[in-house]
Design a protein around this ligand. Structure first.
Ligand SMILES: NC(=O)c1ccc[n+]([C@@H]2O[C@H](COP(=O)([O-])OP(=O)(O)OC[C@H]3O[C@@H](n4cnc5c(N)ncnc54)[C@H](OP(=O)(O)O)[C@@H]3O)[C@@H](O)[C@H]2O)c1
Length: 364
């Protein structure tokens, strides 16, 4: 049997191709073979590539020399198993390569799922190495698998940012500026902040910054109190304290925000790098921000609440979100091997419609 992997040339991200790989005829003890059914594709996956060297995303699914496989969130079925407690036919949610198959080493198997115990993943953040058995997952429903693939990892990040802001008493600010407000992670954050604002009568102002072409879409979501395009940053009231949650990474946007808000900028939370082609600029930034890495903060919260308490809190918020977001996203028919490169190049260049949700299914 053969697998296909979609690989990116590490020296030139515009260059991609499929690699064919022979799968073993017999599995070693505890090995499990997944057929990857579908995975989502958003700018988050492009960021995995951009920071692949720095954060180690290329290490999850090693491939031929000089190339990398971008990781993605999705669903897969067990088609062969040499672990007594992992059965052929079981379906799992987790972190997969952009490929048709994945061979894993099942470890710490429980009814809820297992860890890929393969040695090259051992030092990587544990949240990425866990495969959840959908049959035991309260957050899973078969009709919502696409929404789950697209939003769940992004929603979990936003759940953690909302929690951090709440824990830190909003860093002494009332105004929270969210860049790339149309991105899915930003949508989830705006939803969570606005829900808390309503439920707890908080005096916070949720401001979305977006491209002119995405302003209408962001406005109609109804979760931002104010929506501005990037050229209107000087309309922010710099007599009041502000916090930023930055998903764009655009140097010019950071520069404009930092110089306009100056001492009224109390916290600058650096989360994303969607605008990866404009991370550098001529003028040095007056202040620095704090990098937010969801897996690290998730580990802290899991320690404080316990794994079950963490799941229960995220799950409850997720159920509310999903009801609210499902009508504002249009899930596209999954692309196959033929459409993969085109979708990748569009995503890489940022030529994507924030209303749409993209899924992929690669055949071996
Ligand atoms: N630190 C962490 O732990 C963590 C966790 C999860 C996600 N993230 C990051 O959050 C970011 C958002 O991810 P997502 O999947 O939610 O994004 P997404 O939904 O695919 O975002 C789409 C939006 O991002 C902006 N955009 C995308 N590509 C662009 C480009 N090349 N140039 C300029 N703008 C571009 C546009 O928004 P506007 O027009 O509104 O600017 C676009 O509508 C990613 O960088 C992701 O890695 C970080």
């Amino acid at each position: 049997m053969q697998a296909k992997e979609f690989v990116v040339d590490l020296a030139n991200f515009q260059s991609t191709h499929f690699v064919e790989k022979n799968l073993p005829e017999t599995l070693e003890t505890n090995q499990v073979l997944f057929k990857i059914d579908k995975f989502s594709f958003t700018s988050n996956n492009i960021t995995y590539a951009i920071v692949g060297e720095r954060i180690g995303y290329w290490k999850f699914f090693p491939t031929k020399e000089g190339h990398g496989i971008i990781p993605a969130w999705g669903f897969a079925d067990v088609i062969e198993s040499n672990h007594p407690e992992v059965k052929v036919g079981e379906r799992f949610y987790g972190y997969f390569p952009m490929a048709s198959h994945l061979l894993v080493q099942a470890d710490k198997v429980q009814p809820f799922g297992f860890v890929d115990g393969i040695s090259h993943r051992a030092a990587l953040p544990p949240i990425y190495n866990y495969y959840t058995n959908v049959g035991q997952d309260a957050m899973h429903s078969p009709e919502q698998e696409e929404l789950q693939s697209i939003f769940r990892p992004l929603f979990t990040t936003s759940f953690l940012i909302d929690d951090l802001f709440h824990e830190q008493d909003y860093f002494g600010t009332q105004n929270i500026v969210i860049t790339s407000a149309s991105s899915k992670t930003a949508q989830a954050l705006a939803f969570l902040l606005s829900t808390r604002k309503k439920d707890q009568s908080l005096a916070i102002n949720i401001i979305g910054l977006t491209s002119g072409s995405n302003e209408d879409f962001v406005n109609q979501l109804g979760w931002y109190d104010q929506v501005l395009s990037y050229d209107k940053i000087n309309q922010l009231d710099n007599n009041q304290p502000h916090a930023i949650v930055d998903f764009t990474g655009n140097h010019q946007t950071q520069y404009a925000l930092q110089t306009h808000l100056a001492l009224q900028l109390k916290y600058n939370c650096l989360v994303g790098l969607v605008d990866w082609q404009h991370l550098e600029g001529e003028k040095p930034l007056p202040q620095k921000g704090e990098f937010f890495f969801a897996p690290t903060y998730a580990q802290q919260r899991q320690k404080a609440w316990g794994a079950a308490g963490f799941q229960q809190r995220v799950g409850k918020a997720w159920q509310q979100f999903i009801v609210n977001v499902k009508d504002s996203i249009q899930i596209e028919t999954p692309v196959g091997n033929d459409g993969m490169e085109k979708l990748y190049l569009e995503m890489l260049s940022g030529k994507i419609d924030p209303k749409k949700g993209y899924m992929v299914n690669i055949q071996g």
